[in-house]
Ligand binder design. Structure first.
Ligand code: F6P
Length: 547
């Protein structure tokens, strides 16, 4: 059995180094090294990542890189790109990188090239999107499609929903695009209100086509259409499916011609650049979808080829791991200074928490260190007026990623809003927050400002709250692809160091099984044999009374 990472000498070296680092603050580190900002700022293809406001030195980076090397991160990375079955508990390759590989390149899984099939599906998606966008694809009554509703959950929702929000300025503003995920009927009901069935297209998105929430919502949508048209003859023109499971798609009543496939080597949370992104492609058009894929590819190639010490996503992952495993951080905040990226933290929650929320290593042994942590966040500046208090003055360290852009999205406003003026204010806040978090304000500085002694502790900012700042020129499809790929490979790197399988998600199963059983029980008055608390809740639901 391979040695566990916390038993390696490289780990012990970092434990010792952390003790030294905990005695130095960012004020001292910046004062001692005038080149610190540039030495700890990385750039790749128009994306800048400033690591300098982290509790690290170049020595920390060296030690983290040594740990990653000892843990075999490079071998894992190469195995992923080579199509090996690195998702061992499901015996699958992990090849989201093949989804954005250039046409003509070759990546093989079990002896067969997967890049050409990826492009065949992209071609079909392109043709379909063009037809919907041009009005050539019409509904059952011959009317143009004006509403597109994606029905999916988890990876079959969060990715396209996040990216649609992010790239709204690049979308066809005449098309109404909505995302329905929750089995709470309110989600579907609210989404359908006011829509004309004759102009509405549903994209049912599910890797397995077995997810209860998605199938329940898809049936609800089908019933809504049938109620409008009197029979199910409209299904063919108003439903398409995205799935790996052709048989179940057919069973649902969707024609194979209207199905867009993908493959078991694409994990749900790594899938929105596959056919799962169909709703996004319809919204922004195939060319911009192509730009998105090119952005992903740029970072994939960098992750695949760059040495660890210069590898941007790998270093981002190692720094997050530094706080999680060596400083005891419990959560990581992601704070985009862009309203368009409002759903980015929610997207990253699934990416990171479903991937690295694991308590045993690849060999099934309990891991000897903390692994995945809570990822959360909201766009700035909103969060500043809500939860930043705790980040500045709370008792826990919360490392933060700040994301920002030099320019606002280049779409002429139709309202007269002065986007440039707003943008300068937005970015001033981003820069101010990272400065305040890093350097704080000492009690004596507070006192010097005239604050009374009894108030001074309340108005003191301890500083040394670590942040990483990620900047790009503007939010475009290409840049969004880069950002997502940076986080995908960051998550990969952390999982590889910890020695866990970042690509399964067995932790979602138990609740699903119990929910299936309980949903049957809710409709009967049969005997219950759960624990007493669960039994009591089921009884209350059955009786409709809290007594
Ligand atoms: O329950 C978790 C999960 O399996 C996710 O990993 C996945 O993204 C989501 O459900 C949806 O699955 P599907 O695309 O098969 O409907």
């Amino acid at each position: 059995m391979p040695e566990q990472v916390q038993d390696r000498p490289e780990w012990a070296a970092l434990v010792e180094h952390q003790q030294q680092m905990s005695r130095q603050g960012l004020r001292q580190l910046f004062a001692e090294d005038p080149d610190r900002a540039s030495a700890l700022t990385l750039q790749h293809d128009g994306v800048l990542v400033d690591l300098s406001k982290n509790l690290v030195t170049t020595r920390t980076i060296e030690l983290l890189v040594a740990l990653a090397e000892a843990a075999g991160v490079l071998g894992r990375r190469d195995a992923m790109f080579a199509g090996e079955h690195i998702n061992t508990t499901e015996d699958r390759a992990v090849l989201h990188v093949a989804l954005r590989a250039a046409r003509g390149t070759t990546i093989t899984v079990d002896g067969a090239d997967v890049v050409e099939p990826v492009h065949e599906v992209l071609d079909r998606m392109r043709a379909f999107s063009d037809r919907v966008r041009s009005g050539d694809w019409t509904g059952h009554t011959g009317r143009r499609i004006r509403n597109v509703v994606n029905i999916g959950i988890g990876g079959s929702d969060l990715g396209p929903a996040m990216a649609y929000e992010a790239l709204r300025a690049f979308s066809d503003r005449e098309l109404h695009v909505a995302f329905v995920s929750n089995v709470d009927g309110a989600d579907l009901d609210e989404a359908l209100r006011g829509l004309d069935p004759a102009e509405t297209l549903f994209i049912v998105c599910s890797k397995t086509f077995a997810t209860v929430e998605t199938l329940t919502n898809a049936r609800g949508a089908r019933d809504w259409l049938q109620a409008a048209f009197g029979d199910d003859s409209a299904t063919a023109k108003h439903f398409v499916a995205v799935s790996t499971n052709a048989e179940k798609v057919r069973e649902f009543g969707i024609d194979a011609d209207n199905m867009f496939g993908f493959w078991d080597w694409v994990g749900g949370r790594y899938s929105f650049d596959s056919a799962v992104g169909l709703s996004l492609m319809v919204a922004i058009g195939p060319d911009r979808f192509g730009d998105l894929l090119a952005g992903f590819r740029s970072v994939d190639e960098h992750f695949r080829d760059a040495p660890l010490a210069e590898n941007v996503p790998a270093l981002m992952g190692l720094i997050e791991l530094w706080y999680r495993s060596f400083w005891g951080a419990q959560s990581q905040a992601v704070l985009p200074y862009s309203q368009y990226l409002a759903r980015f933290p929610a997207y990253l929650q699934q990416l990171e928490m479903e991937s690295n929320g694991k308590r045993v290593d690849r060999e099934g042994r309990p891991v000897g260190t903390d692994t995945g942590q809570v990822v959360w966040g909201e766009p700035g500046t909103n969060g500043q007026h809500a939860f930043y208090q705790l980040i500045h003055q709370g008792t826990s360290m919360i490392p933060c990623d700040f994301l920002g852009f030099l320019e606002p999205v280049d779409e002429p406003p139709t309202t007269g809003v002065d986007l440039l003026q707003h943008h300068a204010l937005l970015m001033a806040n981003l820069f101010a927050q990272t400065e305040a978090l890093a350097f704080g304000k000492t009690e004596s500085e507070v006192r010097e400002g005239g604050v009374a002694a009894d108030l001074a502790p309340h108005r003191t900012f301890p500083g040394d709250r670590p942040t990483t700042t990620i900047l790009a020129k503007a939010l475009t499809p290409y840049v969004l692809g880069q950002l997502v790929a940076l986080y995908e490979h960051k998550v990969f790197t952390m999982g590889a160091v910890w020695g866990i399988n970042s690509f399964d998600q067995w932790g979602v199963e138990l609740g699903k099984v119990l929910a299936t059983r309980i949903s049957t029980e809710l409709g009967t008055d049969g005997e219950l044999d759960h624990d007493s608390a669960t039994n009591a809740m089921i009884q209350r639901f059955r009786s409709g009374s809290l007594d």
